[in-house]
Design a protein around this ligand. Structure first.
Ligand code: NAD
Length: 107
């Protein structure tokens, strides 16, 4: 880091419990923010959409492609599946839902 604060932050899971609060704080502090989220829990960021510095990508971190990183200075990686989501009930399934690969123990 050069000491200059990052200007454009990518928040994966930005529509989630923590991500939406973080996004609001970043916007308040003058950052440009891109949210990358599947929106499993609906449009939880309706209030934030008024900001011209907010960009929203409704996509999956597993197959969104490297293009999402274009122009990004920093990443806050908060996309995750909750234990209350059926796909998260076993560790291998939880792993698969938020990574591109699979754990060695997944059978
Ligand atoms: N909430 C807490 O108290 C807490 C405490 C400690 C750590 N954490 C960690 O912080 C992170 C975020 O937690 P949270 O409570 O905000 O979770 P959350 O479930 O509220 O939000 C996660 C978001 O990620 C999105 N998502 C899930 N899988 C995705 C995928 N494959 N591609 C794109 N988007 C996807 C969901 O749509 C959701 O909006 C998690 O890693 C969690 O373990 C949370």
């Amino acid at each position: 880091m050069t000491g200059k604060p990052p200007k454009h932050v990518l928040v994966t899971g930005g529509a989630g419990y923590i991500g939406s609060v973080l996004t609001e704080l970043l916007l308040e502090r003058g950052y440009e923010v891109t949210i990358l989220d599947r929106f499993f829990f609906g449009d939880t960021i309706a209030d934030l959409r008024r900001s011209p510095r907010l960009h929203v990508l409704r996509d999956d971190i597993r197959w969104c492609g490297d293009g999402v990183m274009r122009g990004i200075d920093a990443v806050c990686d908060l996309a995750a599946s909750r234990m209350t989501q059926p796909e998260s009930w076993t560790p291998p399934r939880r792993w698969k839902s938020t990574t591109r690969g699979e754990p060695a123990s997944a059978g």
